[in-house]
Design a protein around this ligand. Structure first.
Ligand SMILES: [Zn+2]
Length: 122
């Protein structure tokens, strides 16, 4: 449970207190900027070059799931509006949620695939 809270709040997977990202998600110019090393325990977040490219697949899955859910909500509760309304609402909400989706995808990648445990005991 603590790991999930740390993941959602953007904390380091090892010490769970250092920030992974340097800025808040609502800073539109720098929401994707990350610390290279944890400021508390000095673990390296990007284990190897291109490690975070895997977050792209998480982002794809999250965006697809979000699109399906919003489409079902529009279909069920708004009486199947015209296709343009679907496109405008889905594209608009995805653009608004881009910082959160990107950060959550990267955090999932770091938490699920980062071999940070090898740094334990240093
Ligand atoms: Zn740390």
């Amino acid at each position: 449970m603590k790991a999930l809270l740390s993941l959602l709040s953007g904390k380091c997977p090892k010490c769970r207190s250092g920030n992974v990202f340097t800025h808040k998600f609502y800073n539109l110019l720098s929401f994707d900027k990350m610390n290279i090393f944890c400021p508390i325990c000095n673990v390296k977040f990007e284990q190897e070059t291109g490690f975070l490219w895997g977050a792209m697949y998480f982002n794809y899955a999250l965006t697809t799931g979000f699109t399906i859910i919003v489409s079902l909500i529009l279909y069920k509760f708004f009486n199947d509006p015209p296709l343009e309304i679907y496109a405008i609402i889905i594209i608009g909400t995805i653009l608004l949620l881009t910082p959160l989706l990107l950060r959550f995808s990267r955090m999932l990648m770091i938490y699920l695939f980062s071999p940070y445990r090898k740094y334990r005991g240093e």
